[in-house]
Design a binder for this molecule. Structure first.
Ligand code: HEC
Length: 102
């Protein structure tokens, strides 16, 4: 139940301009993020591992902070995950996609 609440808060936090996951999001994910977030790179939160992403969000404190962290880069995560044409909105959508159950 706690997990569900966190996830709902997470989704609601997007508010009025909540990022929408479109087929373009999934294409970007496959081209730019999947190679590291599909479980091949130790330490990278695995896509669709809801608990791992809840943890990331909790540590960052907000969706904005998590997006900022991805844009800045963190540890073995290069700035913007090397997706230089990704906007902050794209990152929100990518994170929404990656953090949701499959
Ligand atoms: C070269 C491998 C690599 C690529 C490409 C990559 N990531 Fe990451 N990512 C990582 C690793 C490793 C971490 C964990 C970093 C850490 O906690 O030290 C991470 C962490 C993250 C985090 C969590 C940051 C935090 O503050 O906890 C987000 C969000 C993220 N990646 C999003 C993305 C998105 C979106 C893409 C595609 C545009 C992407 N990543 C591409 C390796 C990658």
């Amino acid at each position: 139940m706690k997990k569900l609440l966190i996830l709902l808060t997470f989704l609601a936090a997007g508010g009025a301009n909540a990022a929408e996951v479109t087929s373009a999001t999934i294409d970007k994910y496959n081209q730019k993020c999947a190679m590291c977030h599909n479980g091949n790179v130790p330490g990278a939160p695995k896509s669709h591992d809801v608990a791992a992403w809840e943890q990331r969000l909790a540590t960052a404190g907000s969706m904005e902070a998590l997006v900022a962290s991805a844009v800045k880069g963190k540890g073995a995560m290069p700035p913007k995950g090397m997706c230089f044409d990704c906007t902050n909105g794209d990152f929100e959508a990518l994170i929404a996609y990656m953090s949701a159950a499959e």
